[in-house]
Design a binder for this molecule. Sequence first.
Ligand code: GLN
Ligand code: ZN
Length: 759
Amino acid sequence: MNLVSTVIGYPYIGENREWKRCVESFWNKKIAEEQFTAEMKSIRLNNLKHQQALGLDLLTVGDFTFYDRMLDVAAMFGLVPNRYNWTGDEVDLATYYTMARGGNEAVACEMTKWFNTNYHYIVPEYEGKQPQLTKNYILDYFIEAKEELGVIAKPTIIGPFTFVQLAKGYDGKSKNSFLVKLLPLYVQVFQELLEAGAEWIQVEEPALCLSLNEEEIKLVQEAYTYLASELPKAKLMLQTYFEALSAYKELTQLPVAGFGLDFVHGAEENILSIRKYGFPQDKVLGIGLINGRDIWKADLVEKAAATQSLLLLSGVKEAWIQSSCSLQHVPVTTKSEKELDVTLNAALSFADEKIEELTQVTAYCVGAGTSNKNSLKKSKQAIEALAQHKTRNNTNVKQLEATVKAAHFSRPLSFKERQSLQQTALNLPDFPTTTIGSFPQSDQVKRTRTAWRKKEITDAAYAEFVKNETARWIEIQEDIGLDVLVTGEFERTDMVEYFGEKLSGIAFTKFAWVVSYGSRCVKPPIIYGDVEWTSPMTVKEIVEAQELTEKYVKGMLTGPITILNWSFVRDDISREQVANQLALALREEIQALEDAGIAIIQVDEPALREGLPLRKEKWNEYLRWAVNAFKLATSSVQNETQVHTHMCYCEFNDFIDTIRALDADVISIETSRSHGELIHSLKQNSYELGIGLGVYDIHSPRVPSVAEMENILNDSLEVISKEQFWVNPDCGLKTRREEETVKSLKNMVAATQKLREQL
Ligand code: GLN
Ligand code: ZN
């Protein structure tokens, strides 16, 4: 029996986010291209050396990126949309980053969520032209590891089916020909890797875990049959993750050398399939054993037992003991965390610790002396100690949970009835303008917060600073002419972290960063105990702001499902129960805001959709409790209080029913990057609640013109009535600069003014 420990991918950002700093220095022209690429190389090699030192048997290359791995493949195949005016053999960094971030001449490529994670990838655009191999960057990474570290690594690449499935710009017919055009390029990439000495190539095909129809299954079969016929010697590890492999019976017949299956998120179904159909005896089984999506220590005794029974069940001669998916979704190491609750810290496992778990289980299963049952048992002690923690046994929360009744899940009046009451109470103009919540976090804002965190300035001095910055922006907003104002969220680094720090039962780390998109990293809170609201979280700041203006200042909270989906969540109770605990806590905050006289309250749920299971048949169950949690949080307000919500990066075609079910009086949503798709789906489905379609993309520094936004507004008028029409940007403005923000919003207000005059 040959057992090999490996991971599907490792976080590229580095222990101290050196990757982010490097990329941003290049963008800000602080370092030149040569220095930039040299530093990126050293980060890449360090990550490999580090994994090697942790004892991993098989290292992976190609999990590194300069921005996003889908974009890497698109650039590698010359899939650069025409609007970037790219010509040449290689995609230069300037073009690459313009595709990612937009530029003066051309808007960025669309960005959307990577399956059910909080990572966003750049959506490849197919414009019909012939793809070409520009530069086999994976080959470079492979050779670099071989030459500098003497390692024969396993190159990894996003597979052709997943790549095409996630791209856009084709219809039913051209999808096939798009794939067919790409396959010879994949062959070329693989061929070059083989010639350079690669043994295994990991082909990531998470899209094979989605619900697949017959046509798609056929497409996959044809693709892999073609690859095998062109590359009879290649050993491809067909890697799936996030769910069980769909169409197991058919797809395990594919002519590849191994299948990597997720035994964390798709365990039950994958095991059932092996039991029913067997596992091809000549192939390697990749056992996705250690959860790449959570941060909890695994019970290694149980994991070792699971491995052994899988080996028996499958009857394979070789298996890889690996993470369930790339470790890019977890932080680098728990070792940096010095101030966490010790019981909690002892039960945590980040990327490095997960690699140790993998090597331990592997050593134990091959019977190597270094790992015995007693050392495996240590993990369980840590897990049990956490179960006894007082935060997991909070009687206040238990009592509150017991009071929940069916009536708490809906507002007493219908939307139409509330709408007229709110119109009278609020008296807003037609086409009210507003923003999504945050305003630019200037260097000064960030510096002051850091100083406060380091205790270099007092609480009072920090509060004073936030107060002044908020006041300054209230004035700016009045000057711009916005109708519904916001505080600007200057007291918050991150919309989830902020609440994570205030609620009990939630821990926050100092260094546990994961990438959200591009160079943007987030530090997800850790929901490890019962969630309890102990005191107001947002009231002071908004009351101070409201006192400065006659206009309404909108309260701003992060919704229960977004807090849940953007956190690392305890796994000893159901996600539904955690969501309801969060909802009950937010309900108290909303009550406190109302008591303080706040009339409009926004509860953001940008992450609602990303929690959707990969399989459609599992959607309803998730949506049932997710929608309920939002309603539990928001339904107890007065009829006159206007509840807003916000979502971004959604595909709305199949989501309008869910949005309506939330019963929020107003929703603001991202649309500018989804090019009118939402308008199209609104044509098909009527939607009567208040709605603001984002009129410009906030992920780009570009200032949109008045005319441009007028066009979007006019398009929207086709599907949205005057009574429900709101005007807002796509998302929060925290990552933008003040100058471009003010200009953009002035243009937005001017465009709205034109619309008002026209009607
Ligand atoms: N209110 C948040 C903000 O404006 C919403 C952010 C988001 O949707 N991701 O920053
Ligand atoms: Zn948003």
